[in-house]
Design a binder for this molecule. Structure first.
Ligand code: ADP
Ligand code: MG
Length: 242
């Protein structure tokens, strides 16, 4: 049974059908990298996996919970699904510690003391133990993104979704963020990652999915998708980005 099961997923914005029937399962502990041209529906797909979008058809099931079923407590389900965005989305008026402790405390998952010790442990893990008191504006892009990852982890999710987490970073900061993600992958986190970092996908992904025009065109182990792509659209995309 897949940790994430997506069946016949469709999503339209008005008359624009952006996802045209996506079927995919992600196993527990699997790392899936999602690649494809701009506008192909990658972000929309990712957003459907925690119901940031209302879907038009099909089903999205995470941990045996149908996210679009009226009986599902979506807030509860979302606690298990961490998300990291391209533009960090930290709370600018909270310091780093409070950014991380806010959700677990607000949602009653942890008392202050536990939330603090969890946050400090997570900051250590992402290499920012000395930044607990800093404000986002005092951090580099790479540091902000590592805080955003720590913040998502504070809810102790068992699925993590990443939407181009390094696309807004200066090149010299990409490595520190990918490094944290590699650690997470090694520790067995189930991850779906939209990325343009083909080297990272090749190294870390268990599976690469190539999307184009609202469909999954091709998927497989990275050595197959990158080394021996079968579909013409995959070949032409990879020629442009590799
Ligand atoms: P990708 O992440 O692969 O670049 P997106 O999922 O962001 O692609 O977008 C796919 C298509 O959906 C694009 O044509 C985009 O214009 C459209 N789209 C995305 N979000 C919205 C929205 N909130 N309202 C209307 N159209 C949208
Ligand atoms: Mg996108």
């Amino acid at each position: 049974m897949g940790k994430i099961r997506v069946e016949g997923l469709k999503k339209s914005y008005g008359s624009n059908e952006v996802l045209k029937g996506i079927d995919v399962q992600v196993q527990e502990g699997e790392v899936v990298c999602l690649i494809g041209p701009s506008g192909s529906g990658k972000s929309t797909f990712l957003r459907c996996i925690n119901r940031l979008e209302e879907i038009t058809g099909g089903r999205v099931i995470v941990d045996d919970q149908d996210l679009n079923d009226a009986k599902t407590d979506i807030n509860k389900a979302r606690e298990n699904i961490g998300m990291v965005f391209q533009h960090f989305n930290l709370f600018p008026h909270f310091n780093v510690l409070r950014n991380i402790t806010f959700a677990p405390m607000e949602l009653g998952k942890m008392k202050e003391e536990e939330a603090h010790s969890t946050a400090l442990r997570l900051l250590e893990r992402v290499g920012l133990a000395d930044k607990a008191d800093a404000f986002p504006s005092q951090l580099s892009g790479g540091q902000k993104q590592r805080v955003a990852i720590a913040r998502a982890l504070a809810m102790n999710p068992d699925v993590m979704l990443f939407d181009e987490p390094t696309s807004a970073l200066d090149p010299e900061m990409v490595g520190e963020v990918l490094g944290v993600m590699k650690d997470l992958a090694r520790e067995g986190m189930t991850m779906v990652i939209v990325t343009h970092e083909m080297g990272f996908a090749r190294e870390v992904a268990d599976r690469v999915i190539f999307m184009d025009g609202g469909f999954i065109v091709e998927q497989g182990p990275p050595e197959e998708v990158f080394g021996n792509p079968k579909h013409e659209r995959t070949i032409s995309f990879l020629e442009k980005v590799l």
